[in-house]
Design a protein around this ligand. Structure first.
Ligand SMILES: [Zn+2]
Ligand SMILES: [Zn+2]
Length: 287
């Protein structure tokens, strides 16, 4: 289809344009109406968090030059995947694909909390001592590679329209910046918005040092998965201003906010430290 060819051709520009636009918007919003005072200097956090994003982008480009879009094109050409097999109305197929991809991201997020070895890598996302739009993009390189493999497997099975993959990438990227933003959304707006979408206040609960709060609110885009599957917590016990962000035992900025420390973080501590069936910070995380 002609439209697909256009989308494929301009995909990098579309993604970069949305990324820069939303980044700028959220950065200005954070300056105008911050939710919490930051504990580590913005320069240190931003340069290191963004440094990690740049490393991840280069590694992804090298390992998966075709990207998720390339896989979707390949699946379409070969008639692979449910949505290529059953011909649904185009718009319905796009909506179904975006929702299905979001559900897989939710499941993946639960998975990286549940399995100890994967949690070690996901820790890098949680160890940030503050919570702002750059937190939304800081993931260990190994976790980014795992995400890509899961995304590729999903696309092969699902056979989503190419446009749906572009929409999903743009929305996920934008929502990650929005729901990690250190912004003050009017409470009434938050309450209505989070019936459908993950808001900053909803996702901030997930970055609490309290273990039951960390292990809740896994959604990235749609707020419905946490409500359906019983992983939803409304507000942090300590309140949004009083709660502590990060991981109990990893609070040295050199370790958690500087790039070399962040990259090494999965490899420190005992391997049996933290599993879903026996998690108590005080017992396991400090050995
Ligand atoms: Zn998490
Ligand atoms: Zn997060």
């Amino acid at each position: 289809m002609k439209f697909d060819a256009l989308v494929i051709q301009y995909e990098p520009a579309i993604r970069l344009g949305f990324f820069l636009g939303i980044f700028l918007l959220m950065a200005l919003w954070e300056l105008a109406a911050p939710r919490r005072a930051l504990t580590v200097s913005k320069i240190v956090r931003w340069s290191n968090n963004i440094g990690l994003v740049i490393i991840n982008s280069v590694v992804l480009r090298l390992l998966f030059p075709a990207g998720a879009i390339g896989i979707a094109v390949f699946a379409a050409e070969n008639g692979w995947g449910l949505l290529n097999y059953y011909s649904l109305p185009y718009v319905l197929a796009i909506v179904l694909a975006v929702v299905a991809l979001d559900f897989v991201i939710y499941l993946q997020h639960v998975l990286v909390h549940a399995i100890p070895a994967l949690w070690r890598f996901h820790r890098v996302h949680h160890a940030d001592l503050d919570f702002d739009l750059t937190t939304g993009a800081r993931f260990h390189t190994a976790e980014i590679i795992l995400s890509m493999l899961i995304k590729i497997a999903t696309i092969v099975v699902l056979g989503p329209p190419i446009v749906a993959v572009v929409i999903f990438e743009v929305v996920l990227n934008g929502m990650a910046m929005f729901n990690h933003a250190n912004v003050h959304l009017p409470l009434a707006v938050d309450r209505v918005l989070r019936l459908l979408l993950v808001t900053p206040d909803m996702h901030r609960v997930h970055h609490s040092t309290e273990d039951n709060e960390t292990n809740s609110n896994y959604g990235f885009n749609l707020a419905i998965w946490d409500r359906i599957f019983g992983t939803y917590i409304d507000q942090p016990r300590g309140g949004h201003e009083g709660m502590t962000i990060g991981i109990h035992k990893y609070r040295d900025p050199k370790q958690v906010n500087w790039l070399p420390g962040m990259l090494a973080l999965p490899f420190i501590g005992k391997i049996t430290g933290y599993a879903i069936n026996r998690r108590e910070w005080s017992k396991f995380e400090d050995k």
